[in-house]
Design a protein. Structure first.
Length: 187
């Protein structure tokens, strides 16, 4: 192997924050930087007739959720990452934390962790016409998240509808999460 190749960045990222613009921007920068380093190393290896294997990025999650728009952003970044991303629940993956968890290319949870799903929630205020438009947007986001959940897991539309009609938080033990393909393995 050539000696002038730089070493890849640290691949363990810790997300124990509320999902907001600052926390997601930091996580996004780290993921993009690691992918850029891997792109460079892959080219250097190819120039020397070698194969570069991208080691996975591990995102350790302990989050109560937060802003849905920032959540959509990081879901897209994880999905489009060429370097595989493993998401691992260490404490909790609640609300948007749940969506970040299921974004991973491989997903894990420690046996004492907590996973929770609920409908998109928001405090609506303002003029009646503004509230109507905002409600349409929240409904659009809810459909988008449900489609993503159905695509990434073994949770069926009927089950999501039942949970959403109950208007309750759905707490999921790691064993049930494994059965529903929310995670691939319990650690």
């Amino acid at each position: 192997m050539p000696t002038d190749l730089k070493q890849p960045k640290e691949r363990s990222l810790f997300f124990s924050f509320q999902v907001d613009q600052k926390s997601i921007n930091e996580l996004t920068k780290e993921i993009i930087a690691i992918n850029s380093d891997d792109d460079y190393l892959e080219k250097m290896y190819l120039c020397n007739d070698l194969i570069y294997n991208r080691s996975p990025i591990k995102i350790y999650i302990d989050s109560y959720g937060g802003n849905v728009y920032q959540c959509l952003g990081i879901m897209s970044i994880i999905d489009k990452s060429i370097t595989p991303i493993y998401t691992i629940v260490t404490g909790c993956a609640i609300s948007c934390g749940f969506l970040i968890l299921i974004s991973g290319h491989k997903r894990f949870a420690y046996k004492h962790s907590t996973i929770m799903y609920h409908q998109v929630s928001s405090g609506i205020d303002g003029k009646v016409t503004d509230m109507g438009e905002y409600l349409k947007e929240v409904e659009r986001l809810q459909v988008k998240f449900e489609e993503f959940i159905i695509e990434k897991t073994n949770i069926k539309t009927k089950k999501l509808d039942k949970i959403n009609r109950s208007k309750k938080d759905w707490y999921i033990e790691p064993k049930e999460a494994l059965e529903l393909n929310i995670i691939n393995e319990i650690l």
